[in-house]
Design a protein around this ligand. Structure first.
Ligand code: SAM
Length: 169
């Protein structure tokens, strides 16, 4: 299964840190890439630097969200606290070959609720796009503890204390 992420409503400067975390979480938990509805040069560069150093083919691109939601040829899932609890739809979601998972920032346009095939909640309380995405990807892909990234220049060697890294170049 391939999962793609659409980050809606990114506000340049204000959301830079959390949007970077959305992108890095998408990558670390096994998504193929992320679309943003706005271009933010320094955010895009910092995510690309992580990919260059830590490996893999994760992409970060801009997309016109309405067009992407209308043309995406897979299951479109909007994460929202108002949606159907994920456990109720998990078996159905796991059958999909391609998923586009949408996370918002401040206010998500009503049209997104209509254009997506499913509106899914990760608990019925307000929290964060990073948390919602992480739990979703963990339960749907279950890759975070086993994922390996090709052509990495650096790799962590797990240890009980301190920091160990292997430089591969
Ligand atoms: N008040 C905003 C709204 O009504 O859209 C929520 C903003 S929240 C800080 C940012 C994003 O986190 C949401 O658009 C949604 O994608 C995600 N999110 C937050 N809580 C969630 C939950 N309980 N379940 C699923 N997604 C959630």
């Amino acid at each position: 299964m391939k999962v793609y992420v659409l980050r809606l409503g990114h506000r340049i400067n204000r959301d830079q840190r959390i949007s970077t975390h959305v992108a890095l979480t998408a990558r670390a938990f096994g998504a193929e890439g992320i679309y943003f509805d706005k271009f933010d040069k320094s955010l895009f560069e910092s995510v690309k630097k992580v990919v260059e150093r830590w490996g893999g083919n994760f992409f970060i691109e801009t997309a016109e969200w309405r067009n992407l939601l209308k043309t995406f040829d897979g299951l479109k899932i909007h994460l929202t606290m108002y949606g159907t609890p994920l456990p109720e739809k998990l078996d159905e979601i796991k059958k999909a070959e391609k998923i586009l998972v949408v996370v918002g920032s401040e206010k998500v346009p009503k049209e997104v609720y209509e254009l997506c095939d499913m509106n899914i909640s990760i608990g019925l309380q307000p929290h964060s796009e990073v948390a919602a995405l992480a739990v979703f990807l963990y339960l749907v892909l279950n890759k975070v503890f086993t994922i390996e990234f090709k052509d990495a220049k650096i790799k962590v060697i797990p240890c009980e204390r301190g920091k160990k890294v292997l430089k591969l170049e």
